[in-house]
Design a protein around this ligand. Structure first.
Ligand SMILES: Cc1cc2nc3c(=O)[nH]c(=O)nc-3n(C[C@H](O)[C@H](O)[C@H](O)COP(=O)(O)OP(=O)(O)OC[C@H]3O[C@@H](n4cnc5c(N)ncnc54)[C@H](O)[C@@H]3O)c2cc1C
Length: 546
């Protein structure tokens, strides 16, 4: 098990500032994490620095699907569909507890969307491009069958439907697992470390200047190659490198709202058409259903991206038009998240028409930047970037073969879904003994895989009244010691996702968890109350619109 904690921070900073690296990666979202794992596992001496927490940016604010991207078929991006389609199966194999098969219902109407026959052919092509196994291939449905799958749909509008295969995940957990895998291959990885400049040798980039946002100290990392995987911030770094010319980013905002499942009790994930020609997901997850997304050009502060009343109303209107008996209102929203797509600007195209393909920029001084792409395609993007790094600096690529398709994510990963199910059942039984329900068990297994057992063992045998907080404290203990949690938000937002999926639990236990953190980090009272104020401020942003 990787020991990856705040207590290692000083040693990591010392190493980063005193040794020379083959490659330093800027940005600890899924793209940077993937590149660090790919590089480290090919034998390159690798560093990664992230200015906030891992997955702070887009990689904790996606729709949380590992999907082939049906909409890209509409845009005739066959190459993209094929690549991300086949990647789904690989990423699922690497982390079957975290990348979980999910059937998606696609209702069809004669007023909106592609219609029955085009959808049928489209989904067939989609399955074929993605190499979906015969038993999982799309099934076309009659009107009656579709309404049986989802009785909440507006009956008059439904003329049929389709069921097809996708996978759901937790983007931030996927990112932290890839980060931990990179660390296990020897990468030096630091969060709260912002790149503020570059160093040069004969006009070639030779390293990065870093600001430690926890200690306030600055230091330099020397490296043969420098890769920027800064997502929406890529152009800022190109600016610092004086290489922002030609293509540039066009950021679009995507919002998701969270409502109690009882308010939107869809039976399974559903992808439906909206009047303006876009499509929206409604995805049930534990005790909630989340709905998204929007797609609007964004030019505001990239560090503070939140849902506005207008965003929320757009999604509520779409839900109410599709599921008329539901009658959602803004007051039903219990949480939300908003993320930025780092897309490449194309003249004359609207936000939702822009390609989701990734693009690599190389500056004259040798800075390699990558932007665009999908969570789903992170492994292939990383393979391409590291291939380029090797070509530019280390010669023969065949000496450094990519092997990330074989590196399982998570400690003691499962070999199959069957194994995950068996393990989950055992955890359900154990937690039942503590008075906790099935949802608690599935949450633990999907988040931590086999490490769920380690967490449960740490919690010991609390009485039923104490079980919920004992488990939460045990989760915190695990994340502090193995997942580099540095503050309350790291834990509640990106390691557990509780601010999105179970906000009541955060409100109930935040003071107790803050006290645990106070003891672990030796915070004084002022720091502890500042941490709580910041968490409460964030909760306000996620829940109050307007
Ligand atoms: C609404 C929405 C829904 C989506 N849904 C899906 C989906 O369901 N499936 C899918 O496959 N894809 C989806 N995507 C796309 C996917 O989420 C992104 O492609 C992916 O998360 C981008 O990851 P990234 O690592 O490139 O960027 P980010 O996750 O933003 O990471 C960049 C990191 O760089 C750091 N950074 C910036 N500047 C510096 C600096 N100077 N020094 C150090 N660090 C720095 C940032 O803090 C940030 O953490 C969605 C995107 C959006 C917006």
């Amino acid at each position: 098990m990787v020991s990856f904690s705040y207590n290692n921070r000083l040693a990591i900073v010392r190493k980063l500032s005193s040794e020379k690296y083959d490659v330093v990666v800027i940005g600890g979202g899924i793209t940077g994490a993937g590149i660090a794992l790919d590089a480290a596992s090919r034998g390159l001496k690798t560093a990664l620095v992230e200015k906030n927490d891992f997955a702070f940016g887009t990689s904790s604010r996606s729709t949380k699907l590992i999907h082939g991207g049906l909409r890209y078929l509409k845009q005739l991006e066959f190459g993209l569909v094929k690549e991300v389609g086949s990647e789904r199966a690989i990423v699922h194999q690497l982390a079957p507890h975290l990348v979980v098969p999910e059937k998606m219902l696609l209702p069809l109407s004669d007023k909106k969307g592609l219609g029955y026959w085009l959808t049928s052919i489209g989904l067939k092509v989609y399955d074929w491009l993605a190499g979906v196994s015969p038993e999982d291939q799309r099934k076309m449905l009659t009107k009656l069958q579709t309404l049986k799958y989802e009785p909440l749909l507006k009956k008059e509008d439904v003329m049929g439907g389709a069921i097809y295969a996708e996978y759901r995940t937790d983007d931030a957990r996927l990112t932290i697992e890839v980060i931990k895998a990179a660390v296990s291959y020897g990468a030096s990885v630091l969060s709260y470390a912002e790149v503020s400049g570059f160093t040069y040798n004969d006009d070639n980039v030779s390293g990065v200047q870093v600001q430690d946002r926890i200690s306030g100290a600055g230091f330099t990392i020397q490296s043969t190659a420098v890769v920027s995987a800064a997502g929406p911030w890529v152009d800022e770094l190109r600016d610092i490198n004086k290489s922002k010319a030609g293509k540039y980013l066009h950021l679009t905002k995507g919002v998701h709202i969270v409502v109690p499942r009882s308010k939107l009790p869809v039976r399974q994930a559903i992808y439906f058409d909206v009047d303006d020609g876009r499509m929206i997901f409604a995805i049930p997850r534990g005790r909630i259903t989340y709905v998204g997304t929007t797609d609007t050009t964004y030019e505001g502060n990239k560090d503070l991206v939140f849902t506005t009343l207008e965003d929320a109303q757009y999604l509520i209107t779409a839900v109410n038009a599709t599921f008329p008996s539901v009658r959602l209102s803004v007051s039903d929203i219990e949480s939300s998240w908003a993320g930025l797509r780092p897309l490449i600007h194309e003249e004359g195209k609207s936000a939702s028409e822009l390609s989701r393909k990734d693009e690599i920029f190389e500056s004259d001084s040798g800075l390699i930047s990558i932007a665009g792409g999908k969570l789903t395609g992170y492994r292939k993007m990383a393979e391409r970037v590291v291939g380029l790094v090797i070509k530019r600096h280390f010669g023969d690529r065949s000496l450094y073969p990519c092997k990330t398709n074989e590196i399982r994510l998570a400690t003691h990963s499962f070999a199959s879904v069957k194994q995950v199910r068996k393990f989950s059942q055992a955890i359900v039984e154990t937690l039942r003994g503590l008075g906790l329900g099935e949802l608690a068990a599935h949450y633990l297994v999907e988040n931590y895989g086999q490490q769920a057992e380690v967490i449960i063992n740490y919690a010991g045998k609390p009485s039923p009244g104490e079980a919920e907080i004992a488990m939460l404290k045990a989760e915190l203990w695990y994340c502090l010691n193995h997942e580099m949690v540095c503050n309350l938000k790291d834990f509640f937002v990106r390691r557990t996702g509780l601010v999105y999926f179970d906000i009541h639990k955060v409100l109930k236990w935040k003071e107790v968890i803050a006290q645990e953190c106070k003891d672990y980090f030796s915070w004084d009272d002022a720091r502890t109350s500042r941490e709580l104020t910041e968490l409460e401020g964030l909760i306000k942003e996620l829940t109050n619109f307007g």
